[in-house]
Design a protein around this ligand. Structure first.
Ligand code: F6R
Length: 364
């Protein structure tokens, strides 16, 4: 039930602290708890030399973020591809590949078909990161990591995405543990993960400010989303949310690609949304943002309040709480969800049931 909320999507955005709490519960008290993640198949993780992630839509964006984490923290090479492409091309399977599917519903036709086609002996196992424990994907995978987000009714995926990221971080740590990531580092990330529900709660309090900011987008026809590093997939997710529920054309670019083409599009009618946490890419991002400003582009920046970005003519800064690095993509997704929600409501679209879309894409 929607209860006090006007739409399921809004309810599900606000449920994220609780959903994340459930996802993490009992799983990260200590480093040793990570062994329990895959109790029946714990030794399988020792055989993993490579990871292939397959998913669609929002779940694919979760996979893209996991790739940054897997290579940086666990030191495992990782490829990520949308299911509809992967299943129809011949591909090489490196020895020791763990096949990972990510899906809210566990019934997405292309993702399932890709799983069913994994015949190479080079696969060491198939892991489903999924929100529905009775789904086909879960039944047909030997390893399962449930996201425990609870039922997601709104077509636009919100709490499923952030809980996928939390679950994927646990996979990264479990793999890191068998691959020599220092205990102390793992413990730090586990401690930081426990701050997640509280941090999301703080960001949800920005709802009113974000609603105000949304007014600037209502009459626009296009929006560009920029991010670097793990914020690039976050920008993609922000763009996907905006197009699917508000029907405003939106694109995401890694900020460093601006001058390779999209900068030509920037003018006063093309708002640019940037995700600017206080990470090692901040300085580079700031110079990309100056390039946008110099072309008259209106900037909307979700920035760490310690990043010292100021409101000025044509630049609107929304201050975010400081966030530990590993949680940045999870926390920064939330304001983008709220932005697209409010823009859609103001444009009068059917937020929970956008035109032409189905919650679960069970046909190709
Ligand atoms: C976007 C959205 C879709 C789904 C995609 C995959 O908000 O909901 O892009 O993410 O159809 O669905 P699942 O995760 O159920 O496989």
């Amino acid at each position: 039930e929607k209860g006090e909320y006007r739409h399921y999507m809004l309810k599900e955005i606000f449920e994220q602290p609780v959903a994340l709490q459930r996802t993490l519960e009992g799983r990260l008290g200590s480093v040793a708890d990570l062994d329990g993640l895959f109790s029946e198949n714990a030794d399988l993780l020792h055989k993993v030399r490579n990871i292939q992630i397959i998913a669609c839509g929002t779940s694919y964006h979760a996979g893209m973020i996991a790739r940054y984490w897997l290579e940086a923290l666990a030191g495992v090479p990782c490829q990520v591809e949308v299911a509809s492409e992967f299943r129809y091309r011949s591909h090489v399977v490196p020895e020791g590949t763990l096949f990972v599917t990510i899906s809210q519903s566990g019934e997405t036709a292309d993702t399932l078909a890709a799983l069913r086609a994994t015949s190479s002996p080079n696969y060491v196992g198939r892991l489903a990161v999924c929100n529905v424990d009775s789904s086909s994907l879960v039944r047909e995978s030997e390893l399962v990591l449930l996201t425990r987000a609870g039922p997601e009714i709104g077509v636009a995926s919100t709490k499923a995405f952030t809980t996928q990221l939390a679950a994927l971080m646990m996979l990264v740590l479990a793999l890191g543990r068998v691959r020599g990531l220092e205990q102390a580092r793992i413990q730090t990330v586990l401690d930081e993960m426990r701050q997640l529900p509280g941090l999301i709660q703080q960001v949800l309090q920005l709802d009113g400010d974000i609603e105000k900011l949304a007014e600037d987008f209502v009459e626009k026809h296009h929006t560009l989303f920029l991010g670097r590093g793990t914020q690039y997939p976050v920008a993609m997710e922000g763009a996907l949310k905006l197009k699917e529920i508000s029907y405003i054309h939106a694109e995401a670019y890694p900020a460093g690609e601006l001058k390779h083409g999209p900068l030509a599009l920037v003018d006063k009618d093309m708002p640019v949304v940037a995700v600017a946490p206080n990470d090692e890419l901040l300085e580079k991002l700031k110079s990309n943002l100056q390039e946008v400003r110099a072309r008259g582009g209106e900037l909307y920046i979700f920035a760490d309040r310690d990043a010292a970005l100021q409101n000025e003519d044509g630049v609107t800064v929304l201050n975010m709480p400081p966030v530990p690095e590993c949680l940045i993509p999870i926390v920064y997704t939330v304001p983008l969800q709220l932005l697209s929600y409010h823009v859609a409501v103001m444009r009068g679209t059917d937020v929970d049931q956008p035109r032409n879309l189905a919650k679960s894409v069970t046909v190709e």
